[in-house]
Ligand binder design. Structure first.
Ligand code: HEM
Length: 406
């Protein structure tokens, strides 16, 4: 462990082992002893600051000195780690989540009206219908994979319909999106980014020529020359909405079903009291939210936080997962059926980048949990000693969840 001396304090530099994703809380418990803000080096060699306290995370997520501009971000990443970040290309990543105001405000405004609580609530009947159809297909089987049969296809179908992306292409774009999010150092992510870009560019070209009644078509043709997105911006926007719209909700549903299967009493109680499911969903988000770490930020100037000063131009990762487990905020862990109020959490982020799709993600999870418990109340883990195969990278969830329905 290296140490960096500051005027205020000695900051320890922790090394993240390759076993981190199996049990990040083992690390968080140990790290808490060092304070809420310190330095880490990832298994890939990328060094950066890490924030694990709830108050510090919430403060920094809303701090305009924590910048996101993609060009500057990638430059800093390359300067500290010549191999880069290993994730999606800079072009694909040039979207609102990697931009600062006023650019961010311009991009978010173009799509925000499609994701308001009211707009999303109107999708409920269709989401219920898709869920029912998926459960119909599960009926009759003794064993299913909740990820493959429900948690995966439901959000993909919904976001495909909203954006106007052909569902038949899902095998390709899901595979590419998983590789780009996991940033697997053993895979040529540049080639995968190119495939994703080519796919989206072709799709957008077809929409420009023959617009449909969907969000990507309206982004292609609506507005005047001055505020219409150019091709690079459109591809990045389509990438963000498509990927953020399905990867996250997939793991929210998967993680929630897993938690219910591990606590039979909670499962039975939620089945009998479905009005308690929305609060349970919030607790799933808190305890086991699908986005472990917020996307990378960098400091625009020296930022004092948690007893240390992060110098200007440094990378900062904020662990939403660690913040949501901060014992100062949630000293005890409630069970899913015993929540009186919605728990406080940062699973959707905070500040200007607060998740645009939060109403949609919540609705999909609530519908999936409600219908699954009603239809298959006797379901059990196929293997009581099931040990998940965890996603790598900042997504928190697993790739399969085998369940016996009867
Ligand atoms: C279901 C669970 C979901 C979770 C836990 C989640 C989590 C998050 C988080 C933590 C952020 C902020 C990241 C940061 O500040 O670095 C975010 C941003 C975003 N999410 Fe979600 N998300 C979910 C679902 C969705 C869905 C269904 C969509 C639909 C398209 C979506 C679209 C977005 C977009 C566009 C942003 C960027 C907002 C901005 O930069 O202004 N998310 N999400």
């Amino acid at each position: 462990m290296r140490q960096i001396t500051q005027a205020t304090k000695v900051v320890k530099e922790e090394v993240i082992g390759s076993d981190f994703f199996d049990d990040p809380h083992k690390y968080y418990r140990r790290w808490r002893k060092n304070g809420p803000v310190f330095r880490v080096v990832r298994p890939s060699g990328l060094p950066h600051w890490m924030v694990i306290g709830y108050d510090e995370a919430r403060t920094l997520l809303a701090d305009p000195r924590m910048r996101k501009d993609v060009t500057e971000l990638y430059e800093i990443v390359r300067s500290v780690s010549p191999g880069g970040s290993g994730g999606a290309s800079e072009d694909l990543s040039s979207h609102m989540l990697n931009s600062d105001p006023p650019e961010h405000s311009r991009l978010r405004k173009l799509v925000s009206r499609e994701f308001t609580g009211r707009r999303i609530a109107a999708l409920r009947p269709r989401i219920e219908e898709i869920t029912k159809n998926l459960l119909d297909e599960m009926e009759g089987k003794d064993e299913v994979d909740v990820i493959e049969d429900l948690a995966g296809p439901l959000p993909v179908m919904v976001i495909c319909e909203l954006l106007g992306v052909p569902f038949d292409d899902r095998d390709d774009f899901q595979k590419w999106s998983k590789i780009l999010l996991d940033a697997d150092p053993n895979v040529d992510t540049a080639a995968i980014s190119q495939k994703m870009s080519d796919f989206l560019e072709g799709l957008l070209e077809a929409k420009r020529a023959d617009p449909g009644d969907d969000l990507l078509s309206s982004l292609c043709v609506n507005g005047d020359e001055s505020d219409r997105l150019n091709t690079k911006e459109l591809v990045a926007m389509a990438f963000l909405l498509l990927v953020a719209g399905h990867e996250t909700a997939l793991h929210l549903i998967g993680n929630g079903v897993y938690m219910m299967l591990k606590d039979r009493e909670a499962l039975e109680s939620l089945r009998a009291n479905p009005d308690r499911i929305p609060a349970a969903t919030e607790e799933v988000l808190r305890q086991f939210g699908p986005v472990g770490w917020a996307t990378m930020r960098f400091t625009d100037e020296d930022v004092k936080i948690g007893g240390v000063t992060i110098p200007a131009g440094q990378l900062v990762a904020i662990s939403l997962d660690a913040a949501n487990h901060d014992p100062k905020v949630t000293p005890e862990t409630p069970r899913l059926h015993q929540l009186e109020d919605n728990p406080k959490h940062l699973a959707f982020g905070h500040g200007i980048h607060f998740c645009l799709g939060a109403p949609l993600g919540r609705l999909e999870a609530n519908v999936a949990f409600t219908q699954l418990l009603q239809r298959f109340g006797d379901m059990r883990l196929a293997d009581p000693d099931f040990f998940p195969e965890w996603r790598l990278g900042f997504m928190r969830g697993f790739t399969s969840l085998p369940v016996r329905l009867k």
